[in-house]
Ligand binder design. Structure first.
Ligand code: FAD
Ligand code: GLY
Length: 369
């Protein structure tokens, strides 16, 4: 099959790479360069146990499946490239400093116990035994040993190498303007200058997915940008953070490359990606409140990314109402975590006549009136 992919974030690139591995002809169109969108901004947490919300059980099942598929995805990458990123099962320490936080953590604990998830409720002292850098003000914590993390930037870089190495065609600095449709059938797509014919097209343009022309308004994927500011600090000997620390107000993730990522704000500011004084102030204050020794760490980078959020904050996955046009977007806060299950299920959806059952809760048709 001849397949076109719109968007070179973790989702589009991952699907493209796996399709090429299965012998398909794939051309990937990226408006900028690979992995400059939300996938670059992300902290790389693979944390279904920390992040499951009270009404998100199907999403958590999908996310847990994805966590368990990460080692397979990274092994397949290692078959093709040197030094694939590691799957770091560092756990999550979610800490609280006052009664409000403690009550909140207890509710999270009870919910996780009901779901039979692996979780421990700790006192402040017990939490500091595991993570000595936690503030003396920490009075309670949840320990979630099965959460993990990955170096998402390295992952994108290595997937790009694997995609091209296996024969995938990459067109960077090439924005797709519209898809081309004949009746209810996809026939290809158009960039500014050229038209390309494809049997199938995958729309994986993150929070920009709604802007691609050629799709009737009511069936465009309903995604919007949700801005997240994030700070990268150099991890010096002053702050040898062991694993991911979260509070109800921030998270802090030590990375393989010797940095710490401190995030993130959540703002409805349209497509504005400018970091702001207020956003940075809040992140630093909330980070310092939990881990005071970040105080002397040098800045490496300050940035904001745009999370692709759908109306119900679940991903939008599967064949659209246009035959041969597939959506793979809307991963909101969990696109790095949900990448493996999304990639494998989307490949099945495209190559198997019966599609993928795993995608049923996330199909685009749920938004049809
Ligand atoms: P993107 O990475 O945004 O990729 C979309 C690509 O499409 C872009 O490269 C863009 O240039 C391209 N594009 C757009 N329009 C066109 C066009 N017309 N033609 C061609 N190309 C186009 N998730 C986690 O699981 N764990 C985390 O720890 C985590 N932390 C986060 C922290 C922050 C601050 C943010 C902002 C997000 C975080 N996320 C996290 C969420 C995660 O980053 C996203 O869900 C995920 O990256 C979405 O990937 P994507 O490929 O769909 O989108
Ligand atoms: N999942 C972390 C974030 O979106 O900020």
């Amino acid at each position: 099959m001849n397949i076109g992919i719109i968007g070179g974030g973790i989702i589009g690139l991952g699907i493209g790479w796996q399709l090429v591995r299965r012998g398909q002809d794939v051309t990937l169109f990226e408006r900028d360069t690979i992995g400059e969108g939300a996938s670059r901004a992300a902290a790389g947490m693979l944390a279904p146990y920390a992040e499951v919300g009270f009404e998100e059980v199907p999403l958590m099942e999908f996310s847990r499946k994805s966590l368990h598929l990460y080692p397979q995805l990274l092994d397949e990458l290692s078959e093709q490239v040197e030094e694939a990123p590691v799957f770091d099962q560092c756990g999550t320490m979610m800490a609280g400093i006052d009664r409000d936080d403690t009550e909140y953590l207890k509710r999270l604990y009870d919910f996780r116990r009901e779901l039979n998830l692996s979780v421990e409720l700790l006192t402040g002292t017990e939490a500091r035994e595991r993570e000595p850098l936690l503030s003396p003000n920490v009075v309670s914590a949840l320990w979630l040993p099965e959460d993990a993390q990955v170096d998402n930037r390295k992952l994108l870089h290595k997937m790009k190498e694997a995609f091209e190495g296996a024969g995938g065609v990459l067109k960077e600095h090439t924005a797709v303007r519209k898809v081309q449709v004949d009746g209810s059938m996809i026939t290809g797509l158009r960039t500014g200058k050229e038209a390309f014919e494809f049997d199938n097209v995958v729309l994986a343009a993150g929070c920009w997915s709604q802007q691609i022309g050629g799709i009737p308004g009511p069936i465009r994927p309903p995604v919007r940008p949700v801005k997240g500011q994030i700070i990268t600090l150099e991890k010096t000997d002053d702050c040898p953070l062991k694993g991911t620390v979260r509070s109800p107000r921030m998270y802090m993730v030590p990375k393989e490359d010797g940095t710490i990522r401190l995030g993130a704000t959540s703002e409805e500011k349209g497509f504005d990606t400018r970091p702001t004084a207020g956003g940075q102030k809040e992140l630093l204050e909330h980070g310092w409140e939990m881990v005071p020794s970040i105080f002397d760490l040098p800045f490496v980078e300050v940035m904001a990314g745009l999370r692709p959020a759908s109306r119900d904050h679940r991903p939008v996955l599967g064949e659209s109402d246009i035959n041969g046009l597939y959506y793979a977007t809307g991963h909101y806060r969990h696109g790095i975590l949900m990448a493996p299950v999304t990639i494998y299920a989307m490949v099945e959806e495209i190559l198997n006549e019966d599609g993928s059952e795993l995608l049923n809760p996330f199909r685009p048709q749920r938004f049809n009136n």
